[in-house]
Design a protein around this ligand. Structure first.
Ligand code: 13P
Length: 301
């Protein structure tokens, strides 16, 4: 159906020396044409090491900004400039500074789902894949964790450190439909339930494992179960079905991110043709944010 569009994208991609990165929450047709599909940590690593001059980032703004922070000499394109993240937008520099004044001995660990200027005010960034490791490596027993309260709570329960947790949340994970999860568990009693730590604690109590999207992929590969209920954004169900065609997957909690679905094949083609919209940050913000993002990559490789 889209074969003409796809072949035009591939030809523009070669002509422009571009690489297409897609988060696992992206729509199926975009996952299918991407050079790499991954979680936020994997995509950051690829962005940092790619030899391509142009990175087309199919995800949301903070992810493309992180790619630009790590690869400032590359042209990073977000095909839909309005693909934002309400979780990232729920924290601003003045409010974080006020919290830091309240707890002067604490170091700030910031979830990458945050704006670049707030990253610039933080000690280290983390993703859902490495949050505990980053917290444990941070040289303070007192941590300000922002902006996701559910991930912060999840990590705090596994750590002996003192936590001050920002009261933010992912709009779609935080309202995961618990009844839908319970219904799916009744329908598939043999299935394992995997949920993202951005979902509320009540869902963790039902789950076989609480994992970021990369962790879910690894978990399925190591599990002997045949069926899985996936408590994260629905794009992940397609990703898992692609990787493990011999297993069965269903979404749990009715989690859908409207921003992740704003990128289309046509927008990718237009952005490759015109090489825009480009992610730009002022140099000072980018360099200060780099310190926090680099600390994360140094800690977790
Ligand atoms: P991952 O860290 O698993 O990629 O999740 C990113 C995210 O934005 C979750 O909502």
């Amino acid at each position: 159906m889209n074969s003409k569009l796809v072949s035009e994208i591939l030809s523009q991609k070669n002509e422009k020396d571009a690489v297409i990165l897609a988060h696992s929450y992206q729509p199926p047709e975009i996952q299918d044409i991407a050079d790499h599909v991954g979680d936020s940590l994997q995509l950051s690593r690829i962005a940092a090491s790619t030899v391509s001059g142009v990175i087309v980032f199919c995800g949301v703004r903070f992810m493309a900004e992180t790619a630009h922070i790590l690869s400032p000499d590359k042209t990073v394109i977000l095909p839909e400039p309005d693909a934002g993240c309400p979780l990232a937008d729920c924290i601003e520099v003045p409010a974080l500074r006020s919290m830091q004044k309240l707890y002067p001995d604490a170091l700030t660990v910031l979830y990458v789902n945050s704006p670049a200027d707030v990253k610039a005010e933080s000690y280290a960034c983390c993703t859902s894949a490495n949050a505990l490791e980053v917290v444990e490596s941070t040289p303070s027993d007192e941590i300000i964790f922002a902006p996701d309260r559910n991930l912060g709570t999840f990590v705090s329960r596994k750590s002996d450190k003192t936590f001050h947790i920002w009261n933010g949340a992912c709009r779609c994970h935080a309202i995961a439909d618990l009844q839908d999860i319970k219904t799916k568990m009744e329908e598939w009693p043999d299935a394992e339930l995997l949920v993202h730590p951005e979902t509320p604690p009540e869902t963790w109590e039902l789950a076989h494992a609480v994992l970021g999207t990369g962790g879910m992929i690894r978990h399925v590969g190591e599990s002997s179960a045949k069926r899985f209920i996936i408590g994260t954004e629905e794009g992940m169900v397609y990703r898992l079905r692609t990787l493990y065609p011999d297993r069965e997957f269903v979404g749990g909690g009715d989690i859908y991110c409207v921003n992740m679905k704003k990128i289309t094949l046509q927008k990718i083609l237009d952005s490759l043709r015109n090489l825009e919209p480009v992610i730009e940050l002022d140099t000072e913000t980018r360099e200060k944010a780099y310190a926090a993002v680099a600390r994360m990559t140094e800690i977790t490789g």
